[in-house]
Structure formats: C-alpha cells, structure tokens
Design a protein around this ligand. Sequence first.
Ligand code: CUK
Ligand code: CUA
Length: 627
Amino acid sequence: GPDAPEAESTLPSLGDGVTRRDVMKAGAAVGAVGGLAGCAGLGNNTATESNSGGDVPDHKVPPGEHDEYYGFWSGGHAGDIRVYGIPSMRQLTRIPVFNRESAKGYGHDDRTTEMLEEAGDYTWGDSHHPSLSETDGKYDGEYIFVNDKANGRVARVNLTYFETDAIVDIPNVQSVHGCCIQSPDTGYVFANSEFRTPMPNDGRDVNEPEEYVSVFSALDPESMDVLWQVEVDGQLDIVDSDKDGRWVLSSSYNDEEGVEVEEMTKDDRDDVKAFDVPAIQELVDAGEYEEVNGVPVVDGTKESPHNEGDDPIVRYIPTPKSPHCVEVTPDGKYGMVAGKLSPTVSIIDIEKLATADDPADTIVGQPKVGLGPLHTTYDDRGHAYTSLFIDSQVVKWDIEEAVNAEKGSEEPILGKIDVHYNPGHIQAVQAMSTEPEGNWLVALNKLSKDRFLPVGPIYPDNDQLIYIGNDKDDETGGMELVADHPVYPEPHDAIFAHKDKIEPATTWDPEDYDEEFVSEEDSRVERVDDSTVEVYASVKRSEYGLRDFTVQEGDEVTLTATNIEGTQDIVHGLAIPEHDVNLALAPQDTRQVTFTADEPGVYWIYCTYFCSALHLEMRSRMIVEPS
Ligand code: CUK
Ligand code: CUA
C-alpha cells in the first residue's frame, strides 16, 4: 500500500483555536499522522517513576486479602475478557468470549460450541469495549456486554457465572467497534459498525463506495435480539450513552466517506453523531423503516426526512477531523470527544442537544490538552483525565474551567504525567457510572519497549496503575505512577467496579441450564439407534459414575456429565484422549459433548483439574469395539 501521507500535505486544519503548527511541532518529534499510523519515534519520553512524596494508599494487597475492585479488561484480538483485582492488578481469571479456550472447556462442550457456531463459527474475535450493565446509573453486576470488531458481533457475559451466555452476529454490519449499554437502566445495548459496507452486503454496490453505509444498532439486553438499526452518513466509531436514557453519542470519522487514507483525511471536519433514542424507537413503533435482513432500518442520514425540522433523530455535530472516542461524564452533563489528530477535546453539552438550533453550539468547550488525545476518564471531583497517544502522557484537566475558558486554551490543564508508552484507553474506578471513586486510574499503554525483560519481537502492553486521589499543585496535578504490569496483547478498554457490586456464584444452579443433572444412580449408557449412543456419568472425587463404557466403532456418542459435588472450588475435568474431548465441570454443573468414536481401542478418560490426592487415579475407560 501507499506510504502514510506527508504531514505537511495532508494534515487537516484542526478547528477552533488549534493551529496546524501545533501538530507540526509534534511532527518534528514523532511524525504526526505518520506517528499515529506507524507508531514511529516513540523515544520522546524520559521515565519519571514517582514525582512527589504524597500519601498513596498501598496498592500491594497482602497475602490472603482481597482487592477492593474488580477490573474487567477486553482482550482485543485475543477475543476474551480478563478479570483483574485492583489495586493489586493481579489477574484473577479470564473469561473466554469470542475465542475457544481449553482451560474452561469453552468451545469444547456442546452448549458453548453451539453458541459459537450459531454466532458465525469464527475461531476468534476482537473485543474492545466491555460495558457493565446498570440499574439507576450504578453497576448492577449482572452482565458485561462487549463488541467483536472482527466479525460484527456483540456478546454478553453472565457475571453470576463469569461465563459468556450469548453472542449475536448482527445483520447488515461487518465490524462492531463502539459498544455500550443505555444508562441509567440497560434498556438497550448499542453497537456501532465501524466499516462502511453496502446495505445489505450481498454483492451489490461493491464498486460504489458512496453507497456504503455505517449503522447504529440497538439490541435487547435480555433476548439479545437486534431491535432496530439507524443508517447514517459518515462512519461511526465509539459510543457512549447519556445518563437519562435519551441521547447516545457516537464518535465518527471519515465524513468524506473515502476508502483510502488520503480520502478519509481530506476535509477539515468530521461529524460526531448524537442519536435521540426514544425518537428512533417511536419511528420504529410507527413502522417508519425499511426492513433489511429481518431488522428494521431507520434512515438517519443527513438528507432523511426524519432529520428535517427542529427534532432530528440524529444530530450531526461538527468536530475537528478524526476524533477518536466519546465518554460521558459521571454526572451526565458532558460528552468528551478526544481529538486524536487535533490536540483538543471537544466538550458536548448534553442538555443542549435537545435545544441548540445549530448543532455546533452544543460544543461548549475545547481545551487544548496535548498530542494524540484518545480517551477520557473521570474522578469524583470534576476532573477529566485524557490519554495522549503521541505525547505518551496522561493529562489531568478541570472540566468546568474548560467550559468557561476560550476554545483552544491550555488554562484548564492541571498536570501531566508520563506513561510508558503510547496510551490508548485510560480508565478510572467506576468512571463509566454515576459513582466514580476518584482513586485509581489505569493507563492501557500500547507499547512497553524497555520496561520488561525482552520476550521476543511481540512485546507485552504495559498497564500502568496511577493514583489520582491527591489533587496537588505540581507538575502532574498530584497523579502518581505506582506500578507497571505487562499485559498479553491486546486489551483496548477496561471497566472497574467495587467488589460489593459483583456477586459471583460458587456453584452452578441446575435450574440455569438445560442439560440433565446426572446423579450417581443416573449414570448409564443408552443406545439410541444403530449408530448413536448416549452416555450419562456423574463426576466426583475421585471417580466417574461409570468405571467404563463400551461403544461401537463409528458411533456418534453424546456424553453428558455432572459434577455432583457442592463444595466450592472442586472442579473436575473430563478428557478423552484422541477424541478432542475436554469438559470442565464446576460444582453442580452439567456439560454435554458429542463426538464420533471412529477408532477401535481403549481410551482412558481422565480428570484435568487436580482435585484430590487421588486425582491421577480418577479415571474411566471408553472401549470402542471394532465394527
Ligand atoms: S479503541 Cu483501541 S485504543 Cu477500539 Cu476504544 Cu481507543
Ligand atoms: Cu477430578 Cu481431578
């Protein structure tokens, strides 16, 4: 492909109060657009480990004690969610979502395999934005919803079991990037398609990029049905909900609707979109849509009749070129749109969305924060924190001061701290809810370079823990870097909830699944027909309900197994060599697996979880008789 364009020739002007020169200055050091595109020239930071002697609570959690917060990290193209304790940053578990994973038997038993198959049968996904369900603006600990950028899907993780329980392959959409719940009460899950495609993408209009569209989708959080979609001009990206259930803000780039980078960055401006959700729902209820692939699609383009007059269903808010994200403040007053190519954050006044005659008037502030602003998070004291990808810094600024200051002002800035290196998302505790705690912040740095022992050419990311509880009049505004943590590629975002908000089960409730609970007495073999056998086995320390079972060569075997124990943390496995069978059975859980016994012989069934002193002896035999 072509080289990244020369900054001089293609850089757009950057909007109010911000000159091309600001970015050109950075261009000397890091190559501006080229720096963003190719991550070149990252050596402009000197590490400063700890900048002041303030009182920072201990982030090390002593042996046997618990962290105060759960952190849920997306895994990026690993496709999973990782669960950390904060502030220790110890990894507690991983939840496979779009990826198959053998430790938890995910994508190995029939229940999860069928779910993955029905959702497109891809072997991987690209999870970016985990969103915790809310009740009354507070995390309620029920679900996490997360996008798959790779295949246009949204998944739901059940936080009782810390297991993915639904995945939807969204019609008319190739790539879902933004994903969030409706606040304050999880009435919908929203998903933004990032890649513009023909509608539907069935071979029509392939050579007419001007016909491609980007789509905003609304899902029902319980049924996971796709309720409706809105087609818009330009290209949607990241999304966040207001706190009143009305407006949903989407960052957006490539208003030019180009297909190559030069075309995508030709103009000066992009339009961030604000969706009026109740108004869209009314149109759907009134039948004002076109059905495409079974989904009601509402016209939300600029020319749409629904956008004429005083109450458009989609407000197109002009911002500087190529903004990256949008994050709504915990009080619901503002949506912050970080500039990426512009060194500013545009502050959208959410109340003005309903009243402003000119959508441009909804932008009530635009502080100049530094180079490559990507994401913003919040404390409980009116401060915003924005990641600066190119500067490799986190900047702290005062929200109300930024609203009162001139656009392009640096006055609202309270301090900056170096991070190592090139932060993407940053997240503070409970900052996506109405209850920010204002103590810990994590910078999810894309590059670690020299920070860890080298491990070959693919490096870990570096998640850095920063304490933000002290407001100080110093260089960093009181921010203190307290720890580095290497991370397996490649989380994009994270969300943190107080431990009291999450109530995981210790054992399964058989009411919560469809498979037959198999007691010791129920253990049996049933021949269904000439080529089909059902096997039922209980599982406990240190035996399977069947010491052996016999099938005929070529039989299709459906094996159902229940861990009949009620003791916490006693998990059993059920593995059959050379048959790709691998079940993980938590206490009281039942799983099924279907396979073909196509080679005669003896196969030792064994337990994969080390469960007792007789774990190695915990065995059974599958005997496959020659036909
Ligand atoms: S995106 Cu990756 S750093 Cu997918 Cu939220 Cu900004
Ligand atoms: Cu059961 Cu090891």
